[in-house]
Design a protein around this ligand. Structure first.
Ligand SMILES: *Cc1c(COP(=O)(O)O)cnc(C)c1O
Length: 225
């Protein structure tokens, strides 16, 4: 099933890229494997997937320990609690969900303590002002970006957004466009992590360089968090 789903997703990425006059190879596919067991991730690796997104440190730890740190590129896409920051530094290649100055400071300090020379981070921006979702408010972004640009260990590589859910993917377009404008301002040419199973085509049209796709590859999750 993963093989067929992956083929369909790649075709959809290609069509959206063509429509936007973009090169599909500029769009990284992050397979969101949260809630799925390690056997499924292994199957996905065998199907050719190389980048995985997990939203919980503990769950990711189990999978990464079993499959191996080098079996794939591992991205954290969920909120990172400060008491799990050290573990995250050990486990992940990219932390997409940096959402506060305090967290960034902590990650930089831990990288230094643990001798990690380079950790790629994206800043998750809260464009909707939703209390329930993590992400830094646009008003507080400048300070965080300034800190990240001065970091020796953290490599500030771009922005991520998790917009509110709408049935109609077109309704998300404004958020994607807004994130791109913020990106152009704070980190021109940086990564834009935006687009999920139901709206990644719109995100690609708006300039996404990383789509985070779970359901369209793995099928529905039993527990939706
Ligand atoms: C779960 C999740 C996704 C993937 O969602 P799908 O709709 O299953 O593709 C993407 N990004 C984040 C931050 C998520 O938590």
């Amino acid at each position: 099933m993963i093989t067929e789903n992956l083929k369909a997703v790649k075709e959809r990425i290609q069509i959206a890229a063509d429509r936007a006059d973009r090169d599909a190879s500029d769009i990284k596919l992050v397979a969101v494997s949260k809630t799925h067991p390690v056997a499924v991730v292994r199957e996905a690796i065998d199907a050719g997937l190389t980048v995985f997104g997990e939203n919980k440190v503990q769950e990711a730890e189990r999978k990464i320990t079993e499959l191996g740190r080098d079996a794939a590129e591992w991205h954290l896409i969920g909120h990172l609690q400060s008491n799990k920051a050290r573990k995250a530094v050990h486990l992940f290649d990219v932390i997409q969900s940096v959402d506060s100055l305090e967290l960034a400071e902590r990650l930089e300090r831990i990288c230094e303590e643990e001798g990690r020379d380079n950790l790629s981070v994206l800043v998750q921006v809260d464009l909707a002002g939703e209390d329930t979702k993590s992400g830094i408010a646009a008003a507080d972004l400048a300070k965080l970006v300034e800190f990240l640009k001065g970091c020796e260990r953290l490599s500030f590589d771009g922005l991520m957004v998790l917009p509110p859910f709408f049935d109609d993917p077109e309704a998300t377009r404004g958020y994607f466009r807004q994130l791109r404008a913020v990106r152009d301002e704070v980190i021109p040419g940086g990564e834009l992590s935006m687009g999920m199973s139901h709206d990644f085509e719109v995100a690609i049209e708006e300039g996404s360089t990383m789509v985070r796709i779970g359901t369209a590859i793995f099928g529905a999750r039993e527990h939706n968090e």
